[in-house]
Design a protein around this ligand. Structure first.
Ligand code: FES
Ligand code: FE2
Length: 341
């Protein structure tokens, strides 16, 4: 069934870069309270968001240069998480410190490592270059979902839902009945659904300017535990000229917040009309609307399944679930490996 928790020796997205600044940002990640901010030199910092003294959230304190002063009794922590001052006594014991989490910033995203720091390897993060590549136009957004992360991971691996959940925007007839090919490659799951001679969805007409019948490419690629890249392409059916093909990368980063809530950070990159502000605005609104439908579905399902806990209602797996089921297996394998290690 759904994983009970999430591996910690992995990178997750903690925030879009522009969310982290000189105000204290309070955020639950992997069931831990975290506070994020930037030092004066711009380096992002993440500390556990609870003072070692009486567990006051540090995000309710004050930022003083690169340090946080707890808003309760004034302990001053540096960006490494070490206390430098306790106002009520001269001695600062070495145990007076809070956990600092490793971060790195790339492609306009802040990535966090909440496990064993010795195992942190930036090479584990898959390529997301489209987000900041000047050849691509990007819009972005985020949601805090009242649903467990796995529901969204599985939504993104079974795109037969486009025809029903996103009817009228990116969904059209015949999507669900087009067969998929599912490939497994280590921590990667790839579900491909090439669609030939099908209707152009209304939203593609709006942003791409294509009408009539199209050949539509769709590859849902998942990198366990929390990254998805949906590779999308469209061109008029039978058009021999590939230069008229429009491509898009929908990038979804799913980070568990609490057990039954998750952060959904999304970026959407396109290789056409990249400087067209009207298309950018349409894309931002259109994707926000479509992804909100996925969030709404996940939240509605969460309400049902969490009402059955600790049991789960019986579910039926279909052919199209090979990808989602493998996603569950991969998370379970990562958890088992961490436990064994
Ligand atoms: S709770 Fe932070 S100084 Fe007391
Ligand atoms: Fe969707």
């Amino acid at each position: 069934m759904y994983p009970e928790s999430y591996p910690r020796n992995q990178w997750y997205v903690a925030a879009h870069s522009d969310e982290v600044g000189r105000t204290l940002l309070d955020r639950w990640l992997l069931d831990e309270p975290v506070v994020l901010y930037r030092k004066l030199d711009g380096t992002p910092v993440a500390l556990v968001n609870r003072c070692i003294h009486r567990q006051m959230p540090l995000s309710l304190g004050r930022l003083k240069d690169d340090r946080i002063e707890c808003g309760y009794h004034g302990i001053l922590y540096n960006a490494e998480g070490r206390a430098e001052r306790i106002p009520s006594q001269p001695h600062v014991p070495p145990a007076c410190r809070v956990t600092r989490f490793l971060l790195f910033e790339r492609w306009g995203l802040v990535w966090i490592w909440m496990g064993d720091p010795d195992k942190a390897d930036e090479g584990l993060v898959p390529d997301h270059h489209w987000i900041t590549d000047p050849e691509w136009g990007t819009v972005r957004g985020s949601f805090l979902m009242k649903a467990r992360a796995q529901l969204l991971n599985e939504n993104l691996l079974d795109l037969s839902h486009l025809e029903f959940l996103h009817a009228g925007s990116i969904g059209t007839d015949k999507i669900a009945e087009t067969p998929v090919t599912t490939e497994f490659d280590g921590r990667v799951v790839r579900v491909s659904r090439p669609m030939y001679d099908i209707d152009c969805p209304p939203f593609f007409t709006k942003v791409m300017g294509i009408t009539g019948r199209i050949d539509r490419g769709q590859v849902a690629e998942y990198f366990a535990p929390g990254f998805h890249i949906t590779h999308v392409s469209a061109k008029p059916t039978g058009d021999p000229d590939d230069s008229r093909k429009c491509s898009q990368k929908a990038i979804h980063c799913v980070t568990p917040a609490r057990r039954n809530t998750a952060h959904y950070f999304w970026c959407h990159a396109r290789d056409y009309k990249i400087d067209d502000l009207k298309v950018a605005q349409l894309m931002r609104q259109g994707m926000q609307t479509v992804f909100q439908q996925d969030v709404d579905a996940s939240e509605a399902i969460e309400e049902i399944i969490s009402s059955y806990e600790p049991a789960y209602p019986i579910e039926l797996n279909l052919k199209v679930d090979a990808g989602p089921l493998q996603a569950r297996r991969l998370i379970q394998q990562m958890l088992a490996a961490e436990k064994a290690g």
